[in-house]
Design a protein around this ligand. Structure first.
Ligand code: ACO
Length: 368
């Protein structure tokens, strides 16, 4: 029996707070004209104090679950792709698992920078296709605003915060994720990195004063690499899916820079009408950019059930990749979920489990 991994729900969450190019021009030596002409970005959304990578991921996941009309208990696996996790450990995916009350799900983070959502989608699809699991939630979530040096005009103009999520479910009907390519080149590790805070360079007063906990980037290097790999990965994934570029209704590229997207479209000889762009409103939300763009494309009718779509991205690592998907829809199901927030039950569940853990500690005392 063949198992196919269909996308049956999707959702996104971006903070309400925005920062325009004019706002940035008050903070660093830049201008709206420079930012728009070099990147296509006009504004980005920034997390408020009480918004984090996990809260945005949770909001996006709940929307995707509601759309798929399934409960958190149906979820077998949660993958959060992020470069701005809440902690080195535990995984942000575990915080999402607790926030939504997905009591039967495994949960882990995936670190492949802006290519991460493609990697995560492929990992979840593979688990479904082998028959190992039936349902996964794949989330791309970032609060890179917390890792950017707001005095560095080379980087602070680029990034924004947000999250996007897909629900993947198993079906015997052909469709869903059809192919994926994942590539990496660690020799380019210095082109884009956050050097300190890991095991190589643990946090010290020196690493902080030297600004080594901020994103460091060689923009020109990343630009050249990106324009080289985007078209190539797209073509490989399309070929692997047994399709031709003419079959593809929409390309949803990583939203880093409009010029990179246009260069890839030119190489592929695909008109920009078949390429999703929303970098102007969100900036580069790293691994969240592809699911956010896909959700906007689907919700606005640019991406319809049965369409063949390519997701393609690149990022730190260096990493890059592409996936071809036959776009789905929620599976027909009789169950109608009551409009009760999953969150209330999840919070209650979490409180009870913490309480039980405390009682267990008291009972075991020093014998544990
Ligand atoms: N405002 C005004 N001037 C600026 C700014 C700014 N915000 N930033 C840089 N400049 C200056 C530079 O100092 C430079 O001046 P100089 O010539 O006197 O040295 C000049 O503008 C040109 O700089 P370039 O770096 O050549 O500008 P470029 O056209 O390459 O654009 C950019 C820079 C937008 C960063 C581009 O290189 C780019 O988009 N690169 C890819 C970055 C990217 O996608 N990163 C994310 C990867 S995904 C991930 O994993 C998170």
């Amino acid at each position: 029996m063949s198992h196919y991994a269909h996308i049956t729900g999707w959702g996104m969450a971006v903070p309400e707070k925005t920062l325009t190019n004019e706002d940035l021009a008050q903070m660093v030596d830049t201008s709206d004209e420079w930012i728009v002409s070099r990147t296509g970005i006009r504004q980005r959304h920034l997390a408020t104090e009480n918004q984090t990578t996990a809260t945005l991921a949770t909001d996006a996941a709940i929307k995707a679950l509601q759309m798929a009309n399934i409960t958190p208990q149906d979820v077998d696996l949660i993958i959060v792709s992020t470069s701005s996790p809440e902690h080195i450990f535990p995984a942000t995916a575990c915080l999402v698992q607790d926030n939504i009350g997905a009591s039967k799900a495994g949960a882990f983070d995936l670190s492949a920078a802006c290519s991460g959502f493609i990697y995560a989608l492929n990992m979840a699809a593979q688990a479904i296709q082998t028959g190992s699991i039936k349902c996964a939630v794949v989330i791309g979530s970032e609060t890179l605003s917390r890792l950017v040096n707001w005095q560095d005009r080379n980087t602070c103009i680029l990034f924004g915060d947000g999250a996007g999520a897909f629900v993947l479910q198993s079906s015997e009907e052909p469709g869903g994720v059809l192919s994926a390519v994942m590539r990496s080149d660690g020799s380019g590790r210095d082109s884009l990195s956050l050097p300190a805070g890991g095991s190589l360079m643990p946090t010290t007063a020196d690493t902080v004063s030297m600004g080594l906990h901020f994103i460091q980037m060689n923009g020109r290097e990343v630009f050249r690499f990106a324009t080289r790999v985007m078209a190539q990965a797209t073509q490989e994934a399309v070929e692997l899916a047994g399709l031709k570029m003419e079959d593809i209704s929409l390309i949803v590229p990583h939203q880093a820079n409009l010029r990179i997207i246009e260069a890839a479209a030119r190489s592929l000889e695909v008109p920009m009408q078949r390429v999703m762009v929303n970098v102007d409103r969100y900036g580069n939300t790293s691994t969240a950019s592809i699911p956010i763009a896909a959700v906007e494309a689907a919700n606005s009718g640019r991406l319809k059930q049965g369409d063949y779509v390519v997701f393609v991205g690149f990022g730190a690592g260096l990493t890059w990749g592409a996936a071809v998907v036959r776009w789905g829809a929620p599976f027909p199901t009789k169950r109608r979920l009551p409009p009760v927030s999953f969150r209330i039950w999840a919070r209650l569940r979490s409180l009870v489990r913490r309480l039980l853990r405390q009682i267990e500690g008291m009972l075991w005392g020093r014998h544990a």
